[in-house]
Design a protein around this ligand. Structure first.
Ligand SMILES: [Zn+2]
Length: 57
């Protein structure tokens, strides 16, 4: 059985209705960006920062 999540209160449940607020639950969506992408972005930003620091000198 797949676990579902209530969009309203964030409760995870196996039922089609949230036990807390009686709203229909959904299958949780995977995050749009993976953590690797996030860190990759930070790494790129850090690189740009370093390049700018380099230009200044
Ligand atoms: Zn709920």
């Amino acid at each position: 059985m797949k676990i579902k999540k209530c969009d309203s209160c964030g409760t995870y449940t196996m039922k089609d209705l949230c036990p807390k607020c009686d709203k229909p639950t959904k299958h949780p969506q995977p995050p749009r960006f993976s953590p690797e992408d996030k860190y990759g972005k930070w790494r790129r930003l850090e690189k740009i920062k370093q390049m700018r620091e380099h230009e200044r000198r």
